[in-house]
Design a protein around this ligand. Structure first.
Ligand code: HEM
Length: 152
């Protein structure tokens, strides 16, 4: 595909992801790795997020109505085009609340180059820490009713 786009730069009217990589004249191997990384990182995550959002909206008719009104106010009946994303405030809240409640990303991790201190514990350079963001996103100290879908 990369070679095909290189040989046919005007094949499509619009720019594809590979065209953007070609502009940067990256080594072939890095372009390949970027394509695989973005496919894996971007495809399933967005698909699962969308499925969960539809589920939460299906069981929350009030939220569904607010979402609908927000889209109609911001976009009208026309096509979605470049717009001020602040106008889609409730849409953003629905996405964020879906990310929280579906716990799409349960953890992230970091490798530490230097010694550091965390809550009174000294961790040595070379340590990997795992951040349980899934736990934080359901912590009742932070969320009064953690299992309730509440975009507001
Ligand atoms: C709802 C959708 C998504 C979720 C929940 C998600 C989640 C995450 C998480 C948790 C990380 C690790 C962040 C960290 O360690 O600080 C990450 C990294 C990454 N994501 Fe996503 N992601 C999503 C969509 C996408 C999309 C659409 C793309 C690309 C088209 C993408 C590409 C990447 C890449 C390249 C990284 C690595 C970044 C780096 O290491 O510098 N993600 N994502």
């Amino acid at each position: 595909m990369i070679q095909h786009r290189r040989d046919n730069p005007c094949f499509l009217e619009y720019q594809t992801f590979i065209d953007a990589l070609l502009e940067d004249e990256l080594p072939e191997e890095q372009m390949h790795d970027d394509c695989v990384g973005y496919l894996i990182g971007g495809l399933q995550t967005v698909g699962i997020l969308t499925s969960w959002a539809l589920y939460f909206l299906a069981i929350s008719p009030d939220c569904q109505e607010k979402l609908y009104l927000n889209v109609i106010e911001a976009v009208g009946q026309g096509d979605v085009e470049d717009m001020n994303h602040e106008d889609l405030r409730y849409v953003g809240q629905v996405i964020k609340e879906t990310l929280r409640l579906s716990v799409l990303s349960t953890y992230i991790s970091r490798y530490h180059d230097d010694d550091f201190e965390l809550a009174g514990h000294v961790l040595k350079a070379g340590t990997t820490t795992v951040h349980a963001i899934g736990v934080v996103m359901e912590d009742p100290v932070l969320w009064p009713d953690p299992s309730k879908f509440d975009p507001e």
